[in-house]
Ligand binder design. Structure first.
Ligand code: UD1
Ligand code: CA
Length: 459
């Protein structure tokens, strides 16, 4: 089998984005553009994937980590110059090199595979991925000669009026015979409107050497959307969102209002889940069968078990079991774990707390740094007093304990199995199993007090 290499171009600052953030790090559906591109490439069988990053672009390397090798392009002299930075690693290798821009987040592995297959079938030295654009402005145009053979690509800024009318665009994705590519790059000049070394010029150079140039036109223009500014970014977001939502709906997920539902590309959702309007579901979230999410919930990096309902709530980096009820208006903060049949009701905040099965904290409570057993009932307004100004301390509430309303549990503290805490208590010592602890001032009633007040009142 032929060796396959990929070069991802990600060194451009992205001036047109007008942003502090490198262009290719701008997220689309929660994932940086360049990560979308690299994730798709990495599903193909590649011998080597190299990302060209700009000087000081540690953030791009940090984002992609070990998904890629890196070369640095210190000055952004153009896309041809960018590919040339991979010369030391690739130039003498035999095989096919795919070049992709880091700003085309919608490109799919299926299309890349079709491009590679077409390149092999045609025995070509270069194959361009092209698309038909209703509005081609901004893109390089594909110039075809006799027999509709591709001859060259002309950039918008260098194009004549006649060439600008051409609607077949260069998507910025190509396959090359690797050695031919690096030979041709030596001959790319920068005598053009932008004074840059254009990668597309390689096409004309190879054509003039009688190499076979081919083009594979993808039927779906939207895949080739190149994001150069924030208007295009919002278009990419919309298209990606639609693609993701349709994928889940086809897999049996009900999405009540797909226009108002934002699901990240790596989220996994089982069939018969219902997503109500206004939800944002991100990161590596997994949602199991029959769960109902929303309306208006944000879930990031959580697992949500079968039949669980999460209404108007926020949850992050936590495990939520089966048949759990969350919300309305609950906040599940990181490192929490809710067992099966747990209830976390309205205005409850949970942080770094584990709940066994069947436990309930139904109203207006803060449970942080806590281990709560099975079958525990936590009354309205309970607070784990976890922070002394320097350190966080653990509250342990053992199985079947009952915490009365408006209690403070001053950590570190343990409420034993089956114990009761009377309403309004401030508990700062352990409560033994099965005991009742009352820690509040005793009530005194002053009979006839109101009448006394009235008679004291000055006329
Ligand atoms: C490029 C193509 C154009 C094509 C379009 C598709 C060139 C000259 N033009 O134009 O034909 O229709 O993509 O979207 O290639 N980059 C570097 N180093 C550089 C310059 C750019 O790494 O010196 C990277 C950028 O980060 C970006 C990619 O290359 O990810 C493309 O560069 P960009 O400036 O966006 O090119 P376009 O003008 O969109
Ligand atoms: Ca671009």
């Amino acid at each position: 089998m032929t060796n396959r290499y990929a070069v991802v171009l990600a060194a451009g600052q992205g001036t047109r984005m007008k942003s502090k953030l490198y262009k290719v790090l701008h997220p689309v559906c929660g994932k940086p553009m360049v990560q979308h591109v690299v994730d798709q490439l990495n599903t193909l069988e590649l011998n080597e994937l190299i990302t060209v990053v700009g000087f000081g672009a540690e953030k791009v390397q940090h984002q992609l980590g070990e998904d890629s090798h890196y070369v640095v392009q210190e000055e952004q002299l153009g896309t041809g110059h960018a590919v040339l930075q991979a010369e030391d690693i690739l130039a003498d290798k035999e095989g096919t090199t795919v070049v992709v821009c880091g700003d085309t987040p919608l490109l799919t592995a299926e299309t890349l595979q079709k491009l590679l297959d077409h390149h092999d079938e045609q025995n070509a030295q270069a194959t361009i991925l092209t698309a038909h654009a209703d509005d081609p402005s901004g893109y390089g145009r594909v110039i075809r000669g006799g027999n509709a053979q591709v001859e060259r690509i002309v950039e918008q800024k260098d194009a004549s009026e006649e060439e600008k009318a051409i609607q077949e665009i260069n998507t910025g994705t190509y396959c090359f015979d690797n050695q031919k590519l690096f030979e041709a790059l030596q001959n790319v000049a920068n005598d053009n409107a932008q004074g840059e070394y254009y990668l597309p010029d390689v096409i004309e150079i190879l054509k003039n050497e009688s190499d076979t140039i081919s083009a594979y036109q993808t039927p779906d223009f939207s895949e080739s959307l190149g994001v150069n500014d924030r208007v295009a970014l919002s278009k990419a977001e919309k298209l990606m969102k639609q693609r993701i939502n349709e994928h889940h709906m086809r897999n049996g997920v009900t999405i009540v209002d797909p226009d108002q539902t934002y699901i990240g590309p790596d989220v996994q959702i089982s069939s018969d889940v219902v997503i109500e309007p206004g939800c944002v579901i991100e990161g590596n979230t997994i949602i199991e069968e029959d769960a109902v999410i929303g309306p208006h919930s944000t879930i990031t990096n959580c697992s949500v078990g079968k039949g669980t309902v999460v209404k108007q709530s926020v949850a992050a980096d936590s495990q939520i079991g089966e048949r759990v009820q969350v919300g309305p208006y609950a906040h599940i903060r990181p490192a929490s774990s809710l067992g099966d049949d747990v209830k976390v009701g309205n205005f409850v905040e949970v942080k770094k707390a584990s709940f066994g099965s069947g436990s309930k904290v139904s109203h207006l409570s803060y449970i942080g740094d806590a281990e709560v057993g099975d079958g525990v009932n936590i009354g309205c307004g309970t607070i784990t007093v976890n922070y002394d100004g320097h350190n966080k301390h653990l509250t342990t509430i053992q199985d079947d304990a009952f915490i009365g309303c408006n209690s403070n549990l001053v950590a570190p503290v343990t409420v034993g199995k089956g114990a009761y805490v009377a309403a309004g208590s401030t508990i700062n010592e352990d409560v033994p199993a099965e005991a009742l602890s009352i820690a509040r001032a005793r009530q005194t009633n002053k009979e006839g007090y109101a009448a006394k007040m009235k008679s004291n009142k000055k006329e």
